[in-house]
Structures are given as structure tokens and as C-alpha cells.
Ligand binder design. Structure first.
Ligand SMILES: [Zn+2]
Length: 279
């Protein structure tokens, strides 16, 4: 969920060891329990439990404050923004936008709609990755894409201080705010089901690391198939999150704060947002 700045593995592990008291839904077995199937829930009928914190204030209150706040002013220059709904480029790209549901780390919907927008070059690259994967029997399942800046502020303001290292500071923005970051996994084209991966989405544990050596060989091979297709099309994986990919050159795009509703009403709005943001 972060991907704004990099933290050391040691910092993450230290935070993890101190974190269990605040979980309302405990993580499943840590990697030290080698006998435990790493992602058994992916093939079971019960939905996998998700990592959750208790928000510091009600999310409705945080949303009001965040919508009234302003994103940081950045010097630029930036490329002109042009956000695209990724499902319009490839209808086989499926959405499971967790922040539009209660199955996220805040335990309550934060997005008002389940939408996936990306800057056009990122959306085009994603569609190419999807086409590559079809030949191997997989489709792409999106957990999150463009995230308006005010949502990054909600995450920050909701998260206790000892966990803030896991969320992006709104003073810097998240890479998701720039429309060049996407959180995703694979689904099996035959069954329509998400494949098993070494760890769960937004799980704050070492199983999230792109280089985590645990899990089963099948889980690791799924992770590798996803990474290979995304890298071939210009994305880089975030080392601490196997599901998070940034289009190379993401720094050239501005932080945006347009809501999904605004983008729906007027898709060209994002190209004007740059002008407003640079004032
Ligand atoms: Zn992400």
C-alpha cells in the first residue's frame, strides 16, 4: 500500500515483530511455520483473512478532512496527465478493488467506486502484459491502480504512528497518486479464479517481499510469471510487495487528486489537473 519511499528489511521486520497487538484480524502463520500451506485459503471457499488495523478516527470523518486538504505543490516539469480506465483497453482485465470493499487494512470501504485508472502509457503497457499472459493461460486481476491523493491522506491519518512506515506520507504522495502504479495478481483463464501466491495482498509480512523464498514452488512460479510479463512491458516490481508494479519513468507524472466520479464525468479532466496543480 505504500511504495512512496523505501524502507529497510530490518525496519519492516522490527515493525512486524512489534505489530501483532494491533491486529484485529491476525495474520495467518508466519513463514517460520514451514508446515503450514502458505496460501491455502486461495483455493478454499472461505475468503482469505486480510490484515487490518483499527483506524485512529472514523473513516467518514477522515474523508471529510482529506477532501478539504490540498496535495503538495511540486515544481515539475511533468508530463501531461491522461488517465484511462484500463478495462476499456482489455475487457479480460478483471477488477477486485479492495479499497472499495471492507476487505482492506482499514476494514471499511475507502473508495466510493471500484475503478482502475492508469496514465495512458501505463494502461497500454498493462494491456500488452495481459495479452502476453493469455498465451500462458492467465489473465490480470487488479487490486488497485490510480489512487486520488486524498485517499493517501486518509490512509496516513487513519494509521497509528507505529504503523505509519507502511503507508505513504501525503506530504510526498504515493506512486499510486501519479497513475503509474498498479497492484495486481493473476487469475486462471479456465477457472476464473485468482492463482495462489506466496503471500496475501497488503499483508505486512516478509511473505510480501518479491524475493521471499518461502511458499510452494507453484506459488513462487506464479509470482515469477506475473513479474516477467510486467517487466517485459516496462514495469518494475516494488521489492517489498510482489503485487505492486511501477511503470518506469513514473516520476515524470504529477500527483493527482481527482475523484473517480470526476474522471467518469469528464475523462479529459486529468489533462487539465496538471495545470491546476502546478499553480
Ligand atoms: Zn501498490
Amino acid at each position: 500500500m505504500k511504495a512512496a519511499s523505501w524502507v529497510s528489511v530490518a525496519t519492516l521486520l522490527a515493525a512486524l515483530s512489534a505489530s501483532s497487538g494491533l491486529l484485529t484480524v491476525p495474520l495467518r502463520a508466519q513463514s517460520s511455520s514451514a508446515a503450514q500451506p502458505a496460501n491455502a485459503a486461495a483455493s478454499a471457499t472461505q475468503p482469505e483473512p486480510v490484515f487490518q488495523i483499527t483506524p485512529l478516527k472514523p473513516v467518514a470523518e477522515l474523508r471529510r478532512d482529506a477532501l478539504a486538504s490540498k496535495p503538495p505543490t511540486e515544481a515539475g516539469p511533468f508530463l501531461r496527465a491522461d488517465l484511462v480506465d484500463v478495462t476499456t483497453l482489455d475487457p479480460t482485465i478483471r477488477l477486485e478493488i479492495r479499497y472499495a470493499t471492507s476487505r482492506n487494512f482499514l476494514g471499511t470501504p475507502v473508495y466510493t467506486e471500484a475503478r482502475a485508472f492508469l496514465e495512458r502509457p501505463a494502461a497500454d503497457a498493462l494491456a500488452r502484459a495481459s495479452a502476453m499472459l493469455h498465451a500462458q493461460g492467465y489473465g490480470l486481476l487488479i487490486y488497485d491502480a490510480y489512487r486520488p491523493w486524498y485517499v493517501t491522506k486518509i490512509f496516513w491519518d487513519a494509521t497509528p504512528d507505529d504503523k505509519k512506515k507502511f503507508v505513504a506520507n501525503p506530504a510526498d504522495g504515493s506512486r499510486h497518486n501519479r497513475g503509474c502504479a498498479v497492484d495486481l495478481t493473476l487469475y486462471d483463464l479456465k477457472t476464473g479464479r485468482a492463482v495462489a501466491m506466496p503471500g496475501g495482498y497488503d499483508e505486512m509480512s516478509e511473505r510480501s517481499y518479491a524475493s521471499y523464498a518461502g511458499g510452494t514452488s507453484i506459488e513462487r512460479s506464479h509470482r515469477e510469471v506475473l513479474r516477467a510479463a510486467m517487466q517485459a512491458q516496462g514495469f518494475e516490481v516494488y521489492p517489498f510487495e510482489w503485487w505492486h508494479f511501477d511503470l518506469r519513468g513514473w516520476q515524470r507524472y504529477p500527483i493527482l487528486n481527482l475523484t473517480f466520479e470526476q474522471l467518469e464525468r469528464s475523462p479529459s479532466l486529468s489533462s487539465h489537473a496538471l495545470i491546476q496543480n502546478s499553480r
